[in-house]
Structure formats: structure tokens, C-alpha cells
Design a protein around this ligand. Sequence first.
Ligand code: AMP
Ligand code: MG
Length: 416
Amino acid sequence: MSLISVEEATHRIISGLQRLPAETIALLDALGRVLALDIHAETAMPAHATSSMDGFAVRAADLPQAPGVLKLAADIPAGVMSAVELGPGEAARIMTGAIVPDGADAVVPVEETSAQWAAGESVTLGAEISILRAPRPGDCIRPAGADLMPGQAVLAAGTMLRPPDIGVLAALGHASVLVVRRPVVAILSTGDELAEPGQPLAPAQIYDANSYALTTLVQSWGAVPVRVPSARDTLDSVRAAFHAALAHSPDLVLSSAGVSVGAYDVVRSVIEEFGAVEFWRVNLRPGKPLAFGRISGVSLIGLPGNPVSALVTAELFARPALAALGGWPAAVETVQAAAGEALRSDGRRSYLRVILRREGGGWTAMTTGTQSSSALLSLVLADGLLIIPEGVTEVAPGTFCTVRLLRPLPAAAKQE
Ligand code: AMP
Ligand code: MG
């Protein structure tokens, strides 16, 4: 099998994936979840004209000029539907959010009247109040439907819900919400040399970094990771790990390591036993030995073992796969940045780890130091991945390149 392009690999991975079914969950569990249907306002908000101030509901025509004196006919707190209809010369004390009584067409804030009250203090009906400023009709009144009209579009399907979205759903009376089920991702490291962090390290062992980084990476996207204990580099151990992964009914399996041409790279053989390898080896750096296949009908991305390669290829291939399953936006943010130094590539599509700095009104990209695919620090420091297209082996300083962001753009500290 020959090298395929990043685009073709992405296409082949996501073409077999469909958005997962929807499920109903409690509103307070919906933060970060993907809305499965469009939400419209069913009724007007507010449903009735309401006061936007604490003050007095009046008839503007009674007060052609200020000051004027009115007689108190009602006291209307929020949450009360008053039966009173204001007649000529009458006013009603009214609180913010309370329904404006029939007959009234303006509210005068308490600060513009002779009245004042302590918290909890009632008023005497029939008392006189001076209105110090002449209102215009509509003053301090929120008409019915001012916030939302019946039928108005509020949230679109596919929205990843944020706190204001949860608030508007609550305001519309939804106690629960229909969201796309979150993809379950089984994550599995392979390698005889792996030890669990927290355990003593035998000579020649290394700690398993990949499953920790990958578990939290997919979690950060909104998927549900399930870590399967690491497999050794034997057919039996990888078989057992695949069975353990499949027991969680995952929507995607992410394995790392064991897919290259090493004598003990058995993962591809086991994928063939459980299903088929669709392709392996992609024209990119880091991450060429990437395998994709299906085991018992479940898509499996066999990521390379080197931690940087594993994380970069997860960004490139697992992320769109999970976006397709989870229904969230697949778009990634990029910026154009000038190369801050001479860059080299071997002609494969290269993703260099770079730090972005604001310089001369644009962005300049400096590599994070060693670009070794085992050096996780290169990703720890990186703001983004600078892309050198296939076929290009040298990039002169100052050349504009596309940088795929790995975190929000560096802010003030790095600005000129
Ligand atoms: P492999 O693809 O199995 O040849 O592994 C490539 C490199 O990645 C080797 O140096 C491995 O030791 C290293 N590696 C594999 N798995 C992990 C892991 N889970 N955490 C850290 N390094 C790993
Ligand atoms: Mg290995």
C-alpha cells in the first residue's frame, strides 16, 4: 500500500461515520452538549407588557407636563396579574418585571417621583404621589414579545450549548433538552516498554504518556473516553485489548503504537483478524505510520507510537471523526504567519510545532525547538502546527505559512 494524502485519509475515515442518535437529558447536564434540533420560541417573551423599572404605571396623557399629581389605585408586584384598570388621574405602584395594568401606557421610575419606600414597605391606596418628570407613552415598558416573538429562531441544531444557551432554554421553559449522544472512544496503548505513571519504572521501561494525553484530548472535544489497560506487543495481548475495548461498545477506537514496520508491530495483524485494515501510511510528518481499519464493525484509528505523532494525528484524523459522530463543528482555526526562521521538510506534508508572536501587524512563527516526534515538550510549548505542503522542502524566513491553532491565540503578553 502506498502513502495517501492527509485529505484522502480524512475523507476515508469520516465517510463511514454518521451522526449519533439524539438523547434527552436534563438541562443542567447539557453544558457543552450538541443540540439535536432547532429551538424556536413557542410564545412571546415577555408574554405581556411588563415594567422595566420599579416605579409607577401611569397614563401619559394625564401628565402633559411635570410635576403632576396622581392617586394611587393599585400596588402590583412581579408575578401578579392585576385586575385593576387605571382610570384618569390614577397610578399604580409597579415593580420591575410586573405586568403593566390595563389603562397604563408608561412607567415612571420611583426616582422621578415624590415616593420612596423601604424594602418590604407597603403603600396606602388612595395616597397622592407627585410625578416629577412627564413620561412619553411607552416609557419603561417592555412590550409583549420585545425579547422574543412567537416562532422566532433561538438556537440552531448543532450548537454546542454554552451557559447563555442553557439560560434561554430555561427561560423558554425547557427542563430537558434533546442532544446528540456523545461518542464513546476506547483508548488503548500498546508496547512492551510501557509502565503506568505512579508505578516504579523497570530498566528500559517508559511511562505510558499517550493514553493519558489522548484520553484528555478527546474529553476536551466533548467525547467520552474509556481507557483500556495497555497491551503488550503480542498477538494475544492485542487481541485481549481489542476485546476489552469492544466491551465498552465504543463508537471509535484509538490505539497507539505497534503499527509501524518493527518486528513486534502486531497491531495491524490483529486489526486484519477482527476486520480489515483500510489503509496505513499517510504522507505526513510526524505520523506517517497511521493505520485505519474496522474491528467488529467499529472504526479504529491506529495512531503512531511517538507521543507527538500520536497527538498530531489525533488532531488531524480523530478530531474530524468525532465531530462527524458527535455532530459538533469540524472547522479548525488557522492563521497565516510568517516563518520566523528557515524551515525544512523532507517533502512530506509537515506539521511543525510553532510559537506565534505578534510582529509588525502580523504573526511570526518560531519552531518550539527540537521537532523530534518523541519530544512532547515541542507540543507543550506550541501555539499551533505550521503546515509545510507536500513537495516543499525549504521555507525561507518571512514566507507566509498556514498555522493550525492548538489553543486560543496568545494575547496581550505576546502583542507588540
Ligand atoms: P512504535 O510505533 O511502537 O514503534 O513506537 C514508537 C515510539 O513511541 C517508541 O519509542 C515507543 O517507545 C514510543 N511509545 C509508544 N507508545 C507510547 C506511549 N504510550 N507513551 C509514550 N511513548 C510511547
Ligand atoms: Mg512499539
